[in-house]
Design a protein around this ligand. Structure first.
Ligand SMILES: [Ca+2]
Length: 176
């Protein structure tokens, strides 16, 4: 176990030392999206919207009739060559009225199989004021038996009533 950790750290150090410093993206970044470059690229989701944006023109939303936001799905093995123990999820959220959706982080056994891990950020607990972009952030400890074949899913869903809930500038990083 300890050997694995040291090997993983060495790999991480090697990976970060040769990564580009030309942009402001953190070295431990797994994925990020400002949703600006999706329209037209096969993404036909009513969740992708130009109604409100924290960056640029686009964000994603849930509302009555759009129960699930556009969803991030990727195998852990594609996200990182080394085992991921903890991830940090950060985003900006705006609600037009108080509502109780969740920014859900799920780990599926495979792309088609049941959830092994299901947690999230209860947005009503962190977004207290309507019509303001609020930064939300949470670190998730993944189960010890995570495998490269597990699929990570990140999306908004839940009871929004007559509110519209927007999300922009999602960032997922490896946490310490
Ligand atoms: Ca945006």
């Amino acid at each position: 176990m300890r050997l694995f950790t040291y090997a993983a750290l060495a790999l991480l150090a090697a990976a970060s030392s040769c990564s580009s410093k030309n942009d402001s993206k953190p070295d431990n970044l797994l994925t990020s999206n400002d949703f600006e470059s999706l329209e037209g690229w096969g993404v036909e989701s009513p969740s992708l919207t130009r109604e409100k944006a924290h960056s640029g023109q686009y964000s994603i939303k849930v509302q009555k009739g759009i129960d699930f936001s556009l969803t991030y799905k990727n195998l852990l093995g594609k996200l990182s060559p080394t085992k991921i123990n903890r991830i940090k999820v950060k985003a900006y959220v705006l609600m037009t009225k108080p509502a109780g959706p969740s920014l859900t982080v799920q780990l599926m056994k495979t792309a088609d199989d049941g959830a092994e891990f299901n947690q999230g950020i209860n947005l009503a607990e962190v977004v207290k004021k309507p019509n303001e972009w609020v930064e939300v952030e949470k670190t998730f400890t993944l189960p010890p038996n995570v495998a490269p074949s597990n699929q990570l899913r990140i999306y908004m869903w839940g009871n929004v009533g007559d509110s519209v809930v927007y999300l922009d500038d999602l960032e997922v990083t490896i946490a310490e």
